[in-house]
Ligand binder design. Structure first.
Ligand SMILES: Cc1cc2nc3c(=O)[nH]c(=O)nc-3n(C[C@H](O)[C@H](O)[C@H](O)COP(=O)(O)O)c2cc1C
Length: 324
């Protein structure tokens, strides 16, 4: 399948694996790229620019296909060494960066001078248009369904994607709630040039996370996610567990007086415990409603092949038959 995104990124299939904290290591990124999609290493999981440089080299040893790096710009006072990460990305010859979170503007000139294509992930048409105005190359439009940070406007993809298509000239992929060929074909119909998946890729053989995490996604339904940190305007969609229910209770009790410190036990430093040790009640971790559409733990190659095969037969078969 050829779209503006496959052409821009030099990939075979219009499928991207979004950056995921403590999931987007070289193993997963390489598996997705080897399967013909775009794998992405999560920059901040690497803590330091030197570590990121090593992770990029590990990924290069596992694939000769293009892969990218995610840079998430967090709303924190003690910012990570973003200039250092950007230097490493440029020096390593990475040509695709997924930005997310706060405005990445100050880092765009250096990235663009080095021939890096920027895919900015955002959750509103307003933010998408702003990103276009600062010169990003493509967008990942992340609907309210998504695992992780859906923003504060709560627009599901059934509305957000056609709205994006109406307002944007640069190519975009659909993100949030994407699981299979139906997701891809529907996204293309709504104006996207491909799709970005997070949760679905966690439940694959190559995702280098504890098996408990994959089983939790497999066992979850579309009813099992919760929104947390809304009072802090840093909303995150997570899989429910004891810690999450405790967190939500605190949010109800403290109301608008709540501070990050109040919920730190449930959210700070949680990812390594969940993803690496498999401690499923350690705290809140991102997961999308799409968990309800995850029925197996295939290899990445099996998953991508299945999506592309089913998408083609859906377009050539069921949809075309409706016209004939
Ligand atoms: C476990 C997990 C961790 C994530 N971490 C990040 C992150 O560090 N940076 C980021 O930009 N997005 C992150 N995301 C969001 C994904 O890149 C992607 O946008 C989202 O998962 C899409 O929604 P879906 O889960 O319904 O596919 C994370 C998602 C998950 C499930």
């Amino acid at each position: 399948m050829k779209t503006r995104i496959t052409e821009m990124l030099g990939i075979q299939h219009p499928i991207i694996q979004g950056g995921m904290h403590y999931v987007g290591f070289a193993e997963l990124a390489a598996a997705v790229s080897n399967a013909g999609g775009l794998g992405i290493i999560t920059g901040l999981t690497q803590k330091t620019p030197d570590n990121l440089a090593r992770e990029i080299e590990r990924c290069k040893a596992m694939t000769d296909k293009p892969f990218g790096v995610n840079l998430t710009f967090l709303p924190v006072v003690d910012a990570p060494d973003y200039p250092g990460f950007v230097d490493v990305i440029c020096e390593s010859g990475i040509k695709i960066v997924e930005t997310a979170g706060n405005n990445p503007q100050e880092y765009l000139p250096k990235l663009k001078e080095n021939g890096v294509k920027i895919i900015h992930k955002c959750t509103t048409v307003r933010h998408a248009k702003k990103a276009v105005s600062i010169g990003v190359d493509a967008l990942s439009i992340d609907g309210f369904e998504c695992g992780g940070h859906p923003g504060e406007d709560d627009i599901p993809n059934m509305i957000l994607l056609p709205r994006a298509a109406d307002e944007l000239d640069i190519p975009f992929v659909a993100s949030g709630g994407m699981a299979d060929a139906r997701s891809l074909v529907a996204s293309l119909a709504m104006g996207a040039e491909g799709m970005n998946m997070g949760t679905r890729f966690v439940a694959t053989k190559e995702a280098p996370v504890h098996d408990n995490v994959k089983q939790a996604i497999l066992n979850a339904t579309e009813l099992d996610t919760r929104l947390v940190m809304r009072p802090l305007r840093n909303t995150e969609r997570v899989l429910t567990n004891d810690a999450v229910e405790r967190l939500i209770k605190k949010e109800k009790e403290l109301g608008s007086n709540i501070k990050f410190e109040d919920i730190a036990p449930e959210v700070a430093g949680v990812y390594p415990k969940v993803m690496l040790e498999g401690d499923m009640d350690a705290g809140a971790w991102s997961c999308g409603m799409v968990a309800g559409l995850v029925y197996d733990i295939p290899s990445v190659q099996e998953l991508v092949d299945r999506i592309m095969r089913d998408a083609e037969s859906m377009i050539r078969g069921r949809l075309t038959d409706m016209l004939d």
